[in-house]
Every structure is written in structure tokens, then in C-alpha cells.
Design a protein around this ligand. Structure first.
Ligand code: FAD
Length: 440
């Protein structure tokens, strides 16, 4: 007698691949709208993927109208997080830490366009002279060293040849715990009936006659759904290839290996010193104060640093390297002269999912019912609350017979009343002017 093997087949309205901050936000919006949502994640917990490594900076310095507007609108939700989520998480709620954000004005970034756009949305800011910067935060060396150099370059040690002014916005900050914020979203989605399944890997996207029909898992289980959303973070390009939609995209995306460090903060640059988040394109770095008298430090992909794009998001080194550590720490010591370079490698390796123009992909695809929220390019944690709303708008448009490729969906921001044109995040977009790095 042969034993029949039965494979579970489950029917649902929506499958979301990935339970990071994007998948959890989308799950909340779609389950709130009355849909039966299943989130499938091959990891062990909500937000345990690239979200867990995030610096979680909430800022409004972007290159164009739509991207700034999106960040500004999303910030309003982070400021009022408990109300936005709407459900108290028994494990605690993430918190916004307001620090302000200081961008040094240097070659290639004079802040003029930024200020014009901020004026349109009423985002407050100050322009500070080098003296004003040092008066407010004596920990800074405001020297101009541009362009960023590798530490092997003898010119790295040159004295500054000028002084830097800066643009300061007082309303930026960071979320204290990006994984907890994701847990908060997942917890709220569950209260509307969403299911989160962990340690389950999607290995196939199923379709019929040009429309998605669901997914198959490594375990053999099949989930049938007319709507499937790719929120797989650095694995998203792999999922788009699985769905057969990658080649039709005009903007492509790929995992990029990064390292971020958490050394002790010097006195004068801790949270209690009112230290701001700093974007320092002059030296090719960003940093911010963190709880526990630490700093959080990363790079802004200066031209002198090689970019480490990788082919397989399942096969990479997640430890920090001495080479990267030394480079980042010595750059930081130029800007904060009292910073003592630590003797231990304190940091983590992580992956961004980077698009050709460093602007994300929030879109439908050529496969009916298959959507994507990916290509977040190391700068979209801050926009997660709106991404759920965007994807809901795109799903509803498709169901109403609107082809977003032809008639772009607009989303009117609740805070500003301005329309955000979702064509800005289309996979078919013509690439405009962007920062070309993590600044977006
Ligand atoms: C080091 C670092 C610093 C950053 N700093 C900032 C910042 O300061 N501000 C900001 O706004 N943004 C920042 N970002 C970007 C932001 O954190 C990311 O854009 C965001 O967290 C991505 O979330 P996600 O849900 O798309 O991806 P993830 O959190 O990676 O979630 C994707 C999930 O998909 C799952 N998955 C993948 N493949 C499969 C499969 N086949 N089957 C089932 N599940 C699968 C994974 O297990 C994972 O849990 C940073 C990112 C990094 C890495």
C-alpha cells in the first residue's frame, strides 16, 4: 500500500512575502481594510531581516518633491506612533527620539533646492555658519576636507582648506527600536486578523493567464491568493525574478553590503548633549547619537569607496571588517576630534536593497495581482507607515480597472493635503536627478 502525501493548500485574499517593516505595514493597512492577509517570512520574527539593522533615521532631506513629501507625511505618523498603530502592543511601543538633523553644506550639496522644497511644505530649518555650528555643538570640527578620501590617500591627513556651514532641521530624529516598531505593526495587523507565519520560505510564485494565483513554499504548502506582494527586502530581486517580472522593469535593484558601527560617543556628542543626526557628505559619512552613550555610524557611499553589490542575499559576510572599521572611525575622528577610536570592532554587516537611482519601487508589475514594495536603498524605514497605504491604493486601483502604468495613482497626504504621485516609484520610471546614494 502506498501512503498518500497530502500537501496543505490554503486560500486567502493576500499573501505578503516578508514580515519586515514594509510587509508589516502593508499587512496592517490591508487587514484593516477587511482583507484576509497572510504574511510569510523565512526568518524567525517580524523585523528580524534588514529592518533590525536599520539606523531608523527619520529625516526629510531628499532630492525631489515626491520623496520629500513622502518623508514629511510619514514623519507625522512616527511622531504620533501609538495613535497611528492604534493597538497597544503588550511587548511595548517603539518611540520617536527627536534630535534634529544637521547637513553640512559642501561641494555637490548647497542645500538650496532642499530649502525651496522645504519652504513649500512648511518644514522648518536654519542655516548655520561654521561659527554657529561650533557654538551650538563645540564637539564639531567644521573644517572642509572635500572630496572624501580613502585613509590610504596621503591627502586624507591634509588640513582643512575652508570651513563648512550647515542646514539644520529641528524636527528630525530616529525610532529607538526599528524591530519593535515592526512588531507593533504586526501586532496591530494580527488584531485585524492577519496571520504571520515564520520559518517558511516562498520558493515559487504561481500564475495563470498573466495573473498571479499564489505562492508555493519550500515545505510544499501552497497559498492561493489573487494578490501577492513582494516585500522581501534584500531578497526582493530574487522574488521578482521568480515571478518573471524582473526583466520588464526599467529600474533594477540588487543587494548592497554595508557595515554600520556603534562606538562610544565622545562627551559633547551624546543624546544628553542634544547632539543632532549628521549627514556629512564632505567626509562621506553619517552618524547620530544613540542610547547608552553610543553613536550609530555609516557611510554615504563616497566615490572613493568601492561598493560591494552581491549576487545572493543568502550568501554574504555579516561580520564587520577591519578595513571598513578603520576607514569609518578615522573619518569620524576628523569631524569629532574628541572621538576616541575604539580598540574593538563594534558593529554589524547588513544589506540594503539598492535600485539604480536609489529611489524605491512601490508598484504593480506586468503580472496582474503581483505588487512590489522593495528597492528601499537603505533609506526607507522612515516611509514604512505610508508604504502600507500606497500599496493598498495600488491594489484597489487595479481592482477598479485602473492601470497605474497608464493613469498614475495619486495619494493625498493627510497632513499636507498635497498629492504624492506614485509614478515617482514606478519600475518603469525614467530616472530623474537623485543623490545617487543613501541620501536618496
Ligand atoms: C544598515 C542599515 C541602515 C539603515 N538606516 C536607515 C535609516 O536610518 N533610515 C531609513 O529610513 N532607512 C534606513 N535603512 C533602510 C530600512 O531599514 C529598510 O529600507 C527597511 O528596513 C526594509 O524593510 P523591508 O521590510 O523591505 O525588508 P526586511 O526587513 O529585510 O524584510 C524582508 C523580509 O523578507 C523575508 N524574506 C526574504 N525572502 C523570503 C522568502 N523567499 N520567503 C519568505 N520570506 C522571505 C526576510 O526573512 C525578511 O524578514 C537602513 C537599512 C540598513 C540595512
Amino acid at each position: 500500500m502506498t501512503e498518500a502525501t497530502s500537501v496543505a493548500t490554503i486560500n486567502t485574499d493576500v499573501v505578503i512575502i516578508g514580515g519586515g517593516v514594509m510587509g508589516a505595514s502593508i499587512a496592517l493597512e490591508l487587514s484593516k481594510a477587511g482583507r484576509k492577509v497572510v504574511v510569510i517570512d523565512k526568518g524567525g520574527a517580524a523585523g528580524a531581516g534588514s529592518t533590525s539593522a536599520s539606523s531608523a533615521i527619520i529625516r526629510f532631506t531628499y532630492s525631489n518633491f515626491n520623496t520629500i513629501l513622502m518623508a514629511w507625511e510619514s514623519a507625522q505618523y512616527w511622531y504620533d506612533w501609538n495613535n497611528f498603530v492604534g493597538v497597544q502592543d503588550p511587548d511595548g511601543m517603539a518611540k520617536f527620539v527627536k534630535t534634529g538633523y544637521l547637513v553640512f553644506l559642501t561641494e555637490g550639496y548647497d542645500g538650496i533646492r532642499q530649502r525651496e522644497l522645504w519652504d513649500q511644505f512648511g518644514i522648518p530649518y536654519e542655516v548655520l555658519s561654521p561659527e554657529e555650528v561650533r557654538k551650538r555643538w563645540p564637539a564639531f570640527d567644521t573644517g572642509k576636507y572635500y572630496p572624501p578620501k580613502s585613509i590610504e590617500d596621503p591627502a586624507f591627513a591634509d588640513d582643512p582648506y575652508d570651513q563648512l556651514s550647515a542646514l539644520f532641521d529641528p524636527l528630525s530624529g530616529f525610532m529607538d527600536d526599528p524591530m519593535l516598531a515592526t512588531h507593533n505593526l504586526a501586532n496591530a495587523a494580527k488584531s485585524y486578523g492577519a496571520e504571520f507565519l515564520f520559518h517558511k520560505e516562498v520558493v515559487q510564485i504561481n500564475s495563470n493567464n498573466g495573473a498571479v494565483t499564489g505562492v508555493t513554499l519550500k515545505s510544499g504548502e501552497i497559498f492561493n491568493a489573487p494578490t501577492v506582494i513582494n516585500a522581501a527586502g534584500p531578497h526582493a530581486a530574487k522574488i521578482n525574478r521568480m515571478a518573471g517580472v524582473y526583466d520588464e522593469m526599467k529600474v533594477h535593484h540588487q543587494p548592497l553590503r554595508q557595515e554600520v558601527f556603534s562606538p562610544p560617543a565622545p562627551v559633547g556628542f551624546r543624546l544628553e548633549d542634544n547632539a543632532p543626526i549628521v549627514a556629512d557628505l564632505d567626509l562621506g559619512q553619517y552618524f547620530r547619537p544613540h542610547m547608552g552613550d553610543l553613536l550609530n555610524v555609516g557611510t554615504t557611499e563616497p566615490a572613493c569607496d568601492e561598493l560591494h553589490f552581491i549576487d545572493d542575499a543568502d550568501d554574504w559576510n555579516d561580520s564587520v571588517t577591519v578595513e571598513f572599521f578603520e576607514r569609518v572611525m578615522l573619518r569620524l575622528a576628523r569631524r569629532l576630534p574628541d572621538f576616541g577610536v575604539p580598540l574593538k570592532l563594534l558593529g554589524i554587516g547588513a544589506l540594503y536593497d539598492v535600485t539604480d537611482d536609489w529611489i524605491p519601487l512601490y508598484d504593480k508589475s506586468s503580472l496582474n495581482g503581483f505588487f512590489m514594495a522593495c528597492g528601499t536603498s537603505g533609506n526607507q524605514f522612515k516611509n514604512a507607515p505610508l508604504v502600507g497605504k500606497f500599496i493598498r491604493a495600488l491594489v484597489e486601483a487595479q481592482e477598479n480597472g485602473i492601470d497605474h502604468d497608464v493613469t498614475p495613482v495619486e495619494f493625498v497626504g493627510e497632513s499636507t493635503g498635497n498629492a504624492i504621485n506614485l509614478a515617482a516609484f514606478s519600475r518603469l520610471r525614467t530616472q530623474g536627478v537623485t543623490a545617487g546614494n543613501v541620501m536618496g
